[in-house]
Ligand binder design. Structure first.
Ligand code: ADP
Length: 388
């Protein structure tokens, strides 16, 4: 069964075609700069540079490629059985992979206010896919869904009840990634009822506590700015700063959004959101870069401590996404001086985790793993499980 996976942004579309249930990737590619003067469409080495006014033109190029007899992928569009779409916000209602119909699309629209940057783009992806692949089943896989198991003790804020009743609560994000890597960790441990912390450290970053395969707490909240220090987002700050900026310093609410979302985090601390640059400067003794890395790692340590305390133990700590998978420096700083806590890493394994199947654990009890995330595969698997 052929399943396409779409991750649509407002000006981009990433896609992969899988043969399921073999989990085999047939092609993967992306369209960028949709709606701009010059667009770019890429599958493997094949690249087209031309205007892509909307997502539709990108999908038409994809269809041409799939049907091209030289590529021998499909003979008829009907062979694409399903399309799995990443949808960032599922609110309180969407807890499972969901077959898309008119009602589901209306509900995704209702959630625009909770995810104004993502849900509209995700819906464009769905509606365009419906036009171009009318016979395929469309499935929505929500980034928030994995976190619906977070108990009230962790998803409720200590603010008046009426706000909770109106849906102001912790939703959490990166759920597809946390679910994928925590499942892999459970498989490696061979223990269903494990206590795990997964660290998704990309441009956006979040930590999740997973108990019995279910999300128990996560560091992002009602929106994606909370928690860890990120590429350009502040992570946790004292709320009074927001009112000070608004009321005393004359910034508008849009300004504050922009500051906390795009101008904070590592960008603010070290002038870049590319961790490779910051590591390079730190290695040359740049004090600003060293402090930024220490702050980044320190917040993660705080979350590890609080989650292990809440769960009453920790079987495995998992690093994933761009930074988690590639930065031995961050992994070393995060796990430094934590052997009292059962966490340590092996320096040699940490510098080359692939050689050790991602196991970088030292000689303490908690397993420490580097597990590459694969959100596209997770979407394909969940779509397949829903439909077959
Ligand atoms: P996104 O959230 O955009 O998907 P990624 O998961 O691709 O982000 O992660 C991007 C981050 O990963 C950037 O900060 C980048 O500098 C960092 N990164 C990528 N490769 C390396 C590397 N080899 N060493 C350190 N950091 C890396």
């Amino acid at each position: 069964m052929k399943i396409l996976v779409f991750n649509s942004g407002s000006s981009s579309l990433k896609f992969q075609l899988f043969e399921m249930p073999e989990n085999k990737v047939i092609i993967k590619g992306l369209a960028e700069r949709i709606g701009e003067k010059q667009g770019k469409f890429k599958i493997g080495d094949w690249e087209v540079n031309k205007p892509l006014p909307t997502h539709k033109e990108a999908l038409e190029l994809l269809t041409d490629y799939l049907l091209d007899s030289d590529n021998q992928i499909i003979k008829d569009k009907k062979e694409i059985f399903a399309i799995g779409h990443r949808v960032v916000h599922g609110g309180k209602g969407f807890m499972q992979p969901t077959l898309v119909n008119a009602e589901v699309k209306d509900k995704i629209k209702e959630l625009f206010s909770l995810a104004p940057l993502h849900n509209p783009a995700n819906l464009i992806g769905i509606e365009t896919a419906e036009q171009i692949f009318p016979k395929a089943k469309q499935v929505a896989i929500f980034d928030t869904a994995f976190h619906h198991t977070i108990p009230t003790v962790n998803n409720k804020y200590a603010i008046p009840q009426k706000f909770y009743d109106e849906g102001i609560q912790k939703y959490g994000f990166h759920g597809i990634s946390h679910q994928y890597v925590s499942r892999e960790a459970i498989r490696k441990l061979g223990k269903e009822n494990a206590k795990i912390i997964t660290l998704h450290l990309g441009n956006g970053a979040s930590a999740t506590a997973v108990v019995n395969g279910k999300s128990f707490d996560t560091s992002m909240g009602f929106g994606p700015m909370n928690g860890l220090v990120m590429g350009t987002r502040s992570g946790d700050i004292d709320q009074s700063i927001i009112f000070y900026l608004l009321d005393k310093m004359g910034y508008s609410s849009e300004d504050v959004q922009l500051i906390l979302n795009k101008k904070s985090g590592m960008m603010a601390l070290a002038g870049s959101n590319d961790l490779r640059d910051i590591e390079q400067r730190a290695s040359q003794g740049d004090a600003t870069a060293i402090l930024a890395l220490d702050m980044y790692a320190n917040v993660i340590k705080k979350y590890i401590g609080s989650y292990a305390a809440q769960m009453g133990g920790l079987d495995a700590l998992v690093f994933t996404a761009g930074i988690g998978e590639n930065s031995d420096v961050i992994r070393r700083l995060v796990t430094k001086d934590m052997s009292f806590f059962g966490i340590s890493i092996d320096v040699e394994k940490n510098s080359c985790p692939k050689d050790y199947q991602g196991d970088i654990s030292g000689n303490t009890n908690t397993k420490v793993w580097v597990i590459p995330t694969n959100e596209e595969l997770e979407i394909a698997v969940q779509s397949y499980e829903l439909l077959h």
